[in-house]
Design a protein around this ligand. Structure first.
Ligand code: COA
Length: 322
């Protein structure tokens, strides 16, 4: 038994912040940001919008595209590091608002790797026959945790949500292999120091703090490693992959790995120019757009791979059938 993606949905906030808008608060330029990251603009949620609001909209679209009712969902897993509250989880907020009255629900904290982690957990519940239908969401509003005067971080992130419905399949399609990893000893390179139990009064600041160069080095290393390892587990050769959907953090990270591994450009999906790094939402948002763009057809082999705070990384190989 495998877990097949039966429906996909995504949601982004309306408001667009361009690189030129950022030049009003930090010493930067549209040219620098585009050359060093590939990002042209990002979406930023307003004060009234919390992460769960985007997550619900994405989840409703995924349920509609899977033609599955909320009552049929057995489990909801949300990958996020910007939950509405420390508790209850976003997954429980979704369970209530969607009317998924038969579902268990919890969040997974793996930052930008959150979707690959949550997808892996969800697919295991299906493979071991505990559940039949699992809703997996990646959602973040990291722009709420940016120091808009720190040009090393505020240029990179945007908000969004993406969701998939996993359902049990025994026709050879679905998630063929998953690979997850953590390197906790590097965690200090990307950290939100304030707001947790070590600093509940947020004296250390409630902002993303990052050593960009160290994260970059980690990212190029593990993006390659995760793709190679997950394909080895699935017993699939690199040349047989139809589409790679990497975490959308920086075009230089993606290009570096694509060149090193010999991945043809047309097989690597990129939409970070429009959204920046939307953290746990980045991969399902890209998946939803790739589908809408007609880049995925039945029986294609798709690799989702990413990295994030923790530091963490993960990948999933899917034989597509919807
Ligand atoms: N605008 C203009 N100049 C900037 C700038 C900005 N937004 N940010 C940094 N600079 C300057 C630096 O001050 C430095 O100037 P100096 O040479 O006079 O000291 C120069 O540009 C080069 O800085 P550097 O930090 O070496 O740039 P970089 O090429 O490493 O790019 C990042 C910085 C953050 C874009 C890049 O390191 C990165 O993307 N890292 C990975 C981050 C990531 O993906 N995080 C999320 C993981 S899920």
């Amino acid at each position: 038994m495998k877990a097949r993606i039966a429906g996909v949905g995504s949601k982004i906030p309306e408001k667009i912040v361009t690189n030129n808008d950022l030049t009003k608060t930090v010493d930067t330029s549209d040219e620098w940001i585009k050359t060093r990251t590939g990002i042209a603009e990002r979406r930023v949620s307003d004060e009234k919008t919390a992460t769960s609001d985007l997550a619900i909209a994405a989840a409703q679209k995924a349920l509609a595209s899977a033609k599955i009712s909320p009552e049929e969902i057995d489990l909801i897993i949300v990958g996020t590091t910007s939950p509405d509250y420390l508790f209850p989880s976003i997954a429980c907020i979704l369970q209530n608002k969607l009317g998924a009255k038969n579902a268990a629900a919890f969040d997974v904290s793996a930052a930008c790797s959150g979707f690959n982690y949550a997808l892996t957990v969800g697919s295991n519940f299906i493979e071991n026959k505990t559940y039949k239908n699992v809703l997996v969401v990646g959602a973040d509003t990291l722009t709420k945790y940016l120091d808009w005067h720190d040009r090393g971080t505020c240029i990179l992130f945007g908000d969004g949500a993406g969701a998939v419905v996993l359902t049990a399949a025994d026709d050879g399609s679905g998630i063929l292999a998953s690979w997850l990893k953590a390197e906790g000893h590097l965690g200090h390179h990307l950290i939100m120091p304030g707001g947790g139990s070590r600093d509940p009064e947020e004296k250390k600041g409630r902002f993303i703090t990052m050593d960009g160069k160290e994260v970059f080095k980690f990212a190029v290393r593990v993006l390659e490693e995760s793709i190679a390892e997950v394909l080895k587990k699935a017993n699939i050769e690199l040349k047989d992959v139809n589409l790679f959907i990497p975490h959308q953090a920086n075009i230089r990270i993606i290009d570096h790995v694509a060149k090193k591994m010999g991945l043809p450009k047309e097989k690597v999906y990129v939409n970070l120019q429009k959204y920046g790094n939307t953290s746990a939402a980045s991969i399902p948002l890209a998946l939803d757009e790739a589908l809408a763009d007609g880049k995925i057809k039945n029986n294609d082999i798709i690799v989702l791979s990413g990295f994030g705070a923790g530091l963490t990384c993960g990948a999933n190989v899917i034989k597509w059938r919807i």
